[in-house]
Design a protein around this ligand. Structure first.
Ligand code: FMN
Length: 186
């Protein structure tokens, strides 16, 4: 955990694609984070598919790292696409691994959600499925403001920079509110 002045956020992207709009959104969030907030990224690509037989032998190293980083963070920022109206399997898989006992690391953890998609609804359905998972895990997801970036291909340039000023303003407002949410729950 951080000192009283700063909040340390762990960002997790639900897409493994090199040109991911969601990875680009996390980079924009890192750029737009308010004073007193740091956002580090965790790459879920090395996490294997969940297998209870494997867990019985001990958490694989990438899962141990994820669980440790979650525990050390003051809050989590999930930035994910929507796949088939729900949470992409790679992200659900990472959450499933990290959630296993002992010391379930999401319990009481402040969480913020963002997402970018090609569709008009900007990952709304995936975000509400994520909220449902975190009811069981007692992750404390901030209710609002929400960041749902629809029509993503028109809002980023060829280098993956978020160019849409309205969306940048939404992200800034969201992160400012999230800092307040983390401090309120501390
Ligand atoms: C398997 C799959 C399912 C998808 N389902 C949806 C969907 O339900 N809603 C939506 O808006 N876009 C959907 N898309 C399109 C994604 O929004 C789009 O590919 C987006 O760029 C993925 O995020 P990324 O750029 O971070 O990889 C789907 C894409 C894939 C590959």
């Amino acid at each position: 955990m951080s000192d009283a002045q700063t909040v340390k956020i762990l960002g997790i992207v639900g897409s493994l694609r090199s040109g991911s709009f969601n990875a680009a959104t996390l980079r924009a969030a890192q750029e737009l984070a308010p004073a007193g907030m740091t956002i580090e990224a965790f790459d879920i690509a090395p996490i294997p598919l969940y297998n209870e037989d494997v867990r019985q032998q001990g958490f694989p190293a990438p899962v141990e790292q994820l669980r440790a980083r979650i525990k050390a963070a003051d809050g989590l920022l999930f930035v994910s696409p929507e796949y088939n109206y729900s949470v992409p399997g790679v992200l659900k898989n990472a959450i499933d691994w990290a959630s296993r006992p002992p010391e379930q690391p999401f319990d009481g953890k402040p969480i913020a959600l963002m997402g970018a998609s090609g569709g008009a609804l900007g990952t709304a359905r995936a975000q509400y499925h994520l909220r449902q998972c975190f009811v069981f895990l007692n992750g404390l997801i901030m209710n609002r403001p929400e960041v749902m970036i629809g029509g993503a291909s028109s809002k980023f340039d060829a280098d993956g920079k978020l160019t849409d000023q309205t969306t940048r303003d939404f992200i800034t407002a969201h992160l400012t509110a999230f800092k307040g949410w983390v401090l309120r729950l501390r």
